[in-house]
Design a binder for this molecule. Structure first.
Ligand SMILES: CC(C)(COP(=O)(O)OP(=O)(O)OC[C@H]1O[C@@H](n2cnc3c(N)ncnc32)[C@H](O)[C@@H]1OP(=O)(O)O)[C@@H](O)C(=O)NCCC(=O)NCCS
Length: 170
């Protein structure tokens, strides 16, 4: 990542590329939730590469513009178009580069997914679901700020003792 300060302009969104994946290992390592679940680039890369060629998935990348008009890759999201009960979209993963936290990258990725799937913008689809581990309070604040409703909780779904909170935006 460049050291120059990010601009306040909204990050731009484009499709994720295979080359982008070379940059995300430190992003995954920075998240205690991903460490807890053993999510590493080694396990994730084959799944993302397979998803890139499967039209059931959407893989988005965000680029942040610096004060010197350079762009750097700063976050990505993986969405399964009908992954929510075969009807709604399901956000499988969202990760922002730690150096770009709180600069609107996550919000820009979510806004693009909502533009595609949520009723609030266009009469297009029946909303977006996601799961968030109950210990990941930072991400929970993020989803609440974006207007996601906490609609349930699944106890010990992926790991014993770790509950998954279900969020939904219609
Ligand atoms: C959660 C995550 C995607 C948020 O992305 P981001 O680009 O930092 O979020 P934004 O800058 O768009 O934040 C928008 C709002 O969400 C809230 N928010 C975001 N991260 C927050 C945090 N860690 N703690 C509290 N509130 C947070 C803030 O209210 C923020 O608004 P503000 O900047 O006006 O205060 C990012 O922190 C991340 O990648 N975390 C590690 C991976 C992860 O936990 N992914 C989610 C798995 S379910």
């Amino acid at each position: 990542m460049k050291n120059s300060p990010p601009k306040t302009s909204t990050p731009s969104i484009r499709p994720l590329s295979a080359q982008d994946l070379d940059k995300i290992e430190p992003w995954l390592n920075a998240s205690s939730t991903f460490r807890e679940y053993g999510i590493t680039l080694e396990t994730l890369r084959p799944a993302i590469l397979a998803a890139m060629i499967d039209p059931a998935n959407e893989l988005l990348a965000a680029d942040t513009e610096t004060a010197f008009d350079e762009k750097f890759f700063s976050g990505f999201a993986w969405c399964v178009k009908k992954g929510g009960f075969g009807r709604s979209a399901y956000l499988r993963l969202i990760v922002v580069a730690p150096g770009a936290y709180s600069s609107g990258v996550g919000s820009a990725l979510m806004a693009e997914l909502e533009r595609r799937h949520c009723l609030s913008d266009r009469l297009k689809g029946p909303g977006l679901f996601l799961l968030c581990t109950h210990t990941n309070t930072g991400a929970q604040n993020f989803y609440a700020k974006l207007g996601y409703a906490r609609v349930g909780e699944i106890p010990s779904y992926l790991r014993p003792g770790l509950n998954e909170v279900i969020y939904w935006k219609p």
